[in-house]
Design a protein around this ligand. Structure first.
Ligand SMILES: Nc1ncnc2c1ncn2[C@@H]1O[C@H](COP(=O)(O)OP(=O)(O)OP(=O)(O)O)[C@@H](O)[C@H]1O
Length: 298
């Protein structure tokens, strides 16, 4: 079953087009990474999916319904980010009790176990917590709700490395025991790549790539060697990233293909793997040289 179907989706804020002609389909029970640079449109897309924002044009169906103002979407979906507007009159324990009455699949045992593990105090108020602790508390709500569609929008902002690791581990364990569709946006693909089955890459408000994590890991290869030798093996359009290594040697990242690999073997060009994180960075960059382009010819 498809949980999300999106076709030609666009969103404008006034004159600014934040999303343009987005199309993709997500089937149920997968963990999908929503990856893109700052301002790419991830939050806008996730909030439309959660029913918080209305699309400007195009079609979006979540569980077969338009999500905006849909009761079906709001009961079956939870959206967690670092700006959750929870009532300040309630303490942490009361917030969890309130969540229990709203989310039909709420697991009180899991919420309490995570609450104790991360050393929260029942009488604390969420608005007095540090940024990292506040986001840890929100992720407890996201996990314990067990919503069929769970959206975490950059959930680990402010968390220290140990807590981030614990959160990802908890997410994976709970997902394996209770499969559901989880969308996870992050700038740190390297931290979450082992969790993800699919990746949705957003670039400048458009779906640039929707692929399996395995395919993204194989998407590109790095080539090092003499400029001329490399140029005989590739076409200029296939270059995703390049940097100079010396006077006449370069490193180029190109789309992986059997033809390029064979040509490189013949021309003494060294081939190396490129991490999925780097592939995502190169695919979503606006220049092929990255920050080096700013310093070129200076
Ligand atoms: N309420 C708004 N009013 C006007 N423009 C907005 C609004 N919200 C977002 N935008 C603009 O829409 C674009 C996409 O923003 P969005 O927050 O969806 O990106 P993002 O990929 O989540 O970014 P980040 O990784 O920095 O959180 C940006 O150019 C942003 O400035």
């Amino acid at each position: 079953m498809n949980v999300i179907e999106c076709e030609g989706l666009s969103k404008k804020y006034g004159r600014h087009e934040a999303l343009r002609n987005i199309s993709f389909t997500l089937s149920e029970n997968k963990i999908v990474g929503v990856i893109g640079r700052n301002g790419a449109g991830k939050t806008t897309l996730l909030k439309i999916i959660a029913g918080f924002y209305k699309e400007t044009s195009g079609r979006i169906h979540v569980f077969g319904e338009k999500p905006f103002n849909s009761l079906l979407a709001s009961v079956n979906c939870i959206y967690i980010d670092d700006y959750m507007s929870l009532p300040t009159a309630l303490n942490l324990s009361e917030i969890l009790q309130t969540c229990e009455s709203f989310y039909p699949n709420w697991d009180r045992g899991l919420a309490e176990a995570l609450f104790d593990y991360f050393q929260f105090q029942p009488k604390q108020r969420h608005n007095t917590l540090s940024k990292g602790k506040r986001n840890t508390f929100y992720t407890i709500i996201g996990l314990a709700s067990r919503c069929p569609l769970t959206i975490f929008d950059e959930p680990t902002t402010g968390m220290d490395a140990a807590v981030r690791k614990d959160f990802y581990r908890a997410l994976l364990k709970d997902y394996l025991a209770h499969p559901r569709t989880i969308l996870l946006s992050s700038h740190h693909l390297e931290e979450i790549e082992d969790l993800l089955e699919e990746v949705l890459l957003i670039k400048n408000g458009e779906t640039f790539l929707h692929t399996s994590m395995d395919d993204l890991k194989e998407y590109a290869i790095g080539l090092s060697g003499k400029k001329e030798a490399i140029e005989t093996c590739i076409s200029a359009e296939s270059v995703l990233y390049e940097k100079e290594l010396g006077l006449d040697s370069v490193y180029k990242v190109v789309k992986n293909s059997l033809g390029v690999r064979e040509a490189c073997l013949k021309n003494q060009v060294v081939i190396s793997p490129v991490s999925a994180q780097d592939v995502a960075v190169y695919l979503t960059a606006n220049t092929k040289g990255g920050i080096d382009d700013v310093f070129r010819d200076r």
